[in-house]
Design a binder for this molecule. Structure first.
Ligand SMILES: [Zn+2]
Length: 271
């Protein structure tokens, strides 16, 4: 995966975490204040809601009642974030990253796992809220809709994780492949031994061409993802290129659009 893209995704989630942390702090502060004022639970809930909905923009620090200052949204293959103040008042904070679907940069697997955990927490909370009736200002059907949406988010993340892990496993830790490799190595050594021990040159060549050569091909295919001979222009020099499985082998872009950073305003400290 492109380093800039990884960097941008990292920066995006850092900002998102900062925004969520700020929201938690704002919530805790307003609850403390309300408790000092001896407000009733319903009044506290109202104040908390107003505070959360009026959180400052993470970039310009401006706020407007009833309008969260920054919107972070992950939809399909895009990560988006922007200043949510009204036109004329909003700042230039505006991010759009097409992440593609990669398997399995460990980082993305981690991010997905975080999503999964967050989603699970939300589901538990919604379930508890509905069980204990902490939803006085929300109609049951609204609650149910939220619940269903969250369950669907959870299933998406879960499906993605299983898919990522399966692919990672099939490439790196597949016991079938390991067994085959061991088997092929054994055959190779056996054939080499036969060639060494034979006194008949014809037999040696035959074993090499008919038996050892195909085994060697299989061996390299299992062990390396790339193997080719490259001739350096205008010379008689040939380079034999092999490349063992590396992290880029483990990345698959399954997205429909080319992954990349569409917008990241203002710049995130990288030239
Ligand atoms: Zn702003």
């Amino acid at each position: 995966m492109d380093k800039d893209l990884v960097y941008a995704i990292n920066a995006y989630y850092k900002l998102k975490r900062k925004f969520i942390e700020q929201r938690k702090k704002d919530k805790a502060n307003v609850i403390k204040k309300c408790l000092k004022m001896n407000l009733k639970p319903n009044e506290i809930k109202e104040k908390v809601k107003t505070t959360v909905n009026s959180q400052k923009c993470i970039h310009c620090k401006k706020s407007q009642p009833g309008r969260p200052g920054t919107i972070f949204r992950r939809k399909d293959e895009k990560l988006k974030a922007y200043c949510n103040l009204p036109e004329g008042n909003k700042c230039d904070f505006d991010i759009e990253i097409n992440i593609g679907y990669y398997e399995s940069n460990d980082y993305l697997l981690d991010l997905n796992t975080t999503d999964l955990k967050e989603s699970r927490q939300k589901i538990i909370k919604l379930k508890m809220d509905s069980l204990y009736g902490f939803h006085d200002d929300e109609a049951p059907e609204v609650l149910e809709e939220k619940f269903n949406e969250e369950v669907s988010n959870f299933n998406d993340s879960n499906y993605q994780n299983i898919f990522y892990l399966k692919n990672l496993y099939s490439i790196t830790a597949n016991p079938d492949k390991k067994n085959e490799l061991e088997n092929v190595e054994k055959q190779m050594f056996e054939l080499i031994k036969q060639i060494k021990e034979s006194n008949d040159n014809n037999e040696k060549v035959n074993i090499y061409i008919n038996n050892l050569r195909p085994i060697l091909d299989r061996y390299y295919l299992l062990k390396y993802d790339t193997r080719y001979v490259e001739k350096i222009d205008n010379t008689d020099i040939f380079n034999y290129i092999t490349r063992e499985f590396n992290i880029s082998t483990l990345e698959f872009d399954l997205g429909e659009n080319t992954p990349g950073v569409q917008k990241f305003e203002p710049s995130y400290g990288r030239k």
